[in-house]
Design a protein around this ligand. Structure first.
Ligand code: HEM
Length: 209
């Protein structure tokens, strides 16, 4: 019992460290303690935060298949950790774009979202993640009951919109967005193939998906 708790805690700490380390690295680069942020620091920040938002989202979706594959129940709480990390990175990403890149120029931002399809897809991903983060507490789960599970299926819409956002914004080399897209599709397929009983069990209290 104590061993299981220790394993859970160890995995949680590892997940938090994995998601927070790139932020520390980015901050160190911004402060000039490590390699700098390159010729276009704002672009570096927007890209790094976007990349990590998507990676954390995929890690969140990977938890259930990994748990089924290994039979390790201690993995389940990591869905929430990775989901919240994805939202935190997405907030930094949007803030970097809106504040650093656009200087809080709201009319231009509205025009961007209405004219550039990739910005619209990014906004869609962000708007899907926000209610998941807002209802990630146990109190919210209790309050929403069965509707909570339905609401948290939005994580799939968020993943799809984020991949589309990436694919639409790249100008030439589509390899990375396609790789992320394949990973997303694979994770969704793995989840869909599970027997009904396993699917019900995976909607554990710590789930964000
Ligand atoms: C209002 C919402 C969002 C806006 C306005 C937005 C805007 C942007 C912009 C301007 C770029 C850089 C485009 C370029 O340099 O050509 C970018 C890149 C990116 N964004 Fe977003 N984004 C949003 C939400 C999201 C969300 C929610 C995710 C993921 C969950 C995400 C993932 C990415 C990724 C992966 C990249 C590419 C990074 C790279 O090239 O290395 N974005 N986004």
């Amino acid at each position: 019992m104590r061993d299981r708790r220790r394993l859970r805690q160890g995995l949680q700490i590892g997940a938090i460290a994995l998601c927070a380390a790139p932020l520390a690295h980015l901050a160190a680069r911004a402060a000039g303690w490590a390699e700098d942020l390159g010729a276009n620091p704002i672009e570096t920040v927007v890209h790094t935060t976007g990349d990590w938002a998507l990676r954390c989202l995929l890690l969140c979706l990977a938890v259930t298949p990994a748990r089924r594959l290994t039979g390790l129940a201690a993995l389940a709480p990591l869905r929430r950790s990775f989901g919240l990390a994805a939202f935190a990175w997405a907030c930094l990403h949007v803030l970097a774009y809106v504040g650093l890149d656009q200087g809080f120029d709201w009319p231009t931002l509205v025009e961007d979202v209405s004219k550039r399809r990739y910005a619209f897809a990014g906004l869609t991903a962000f708007l899907c993640l926000a209610p998941l983060a807002a209802t990630s507490t146990r109190a919210a789960q209790r309050r929403l009951g069965r509707r909570w599970k339905t609401l948290h299926r939005l994580v799939f819409a968020a993943g799809a919109a984020a991949v589309i956002h990436y694919a639409w914004l790249v100008k030439a080399d589509l390899r990375l967005p396609l790789l992320y897209g394949a990973a997303f599709a694979g994770l969704v397929a793995l989840r869909g193939r599970a027997p009904r009983r396993a699917r019900a069990a995976s909607a554990a209290p710590d789930s964000i998906a």
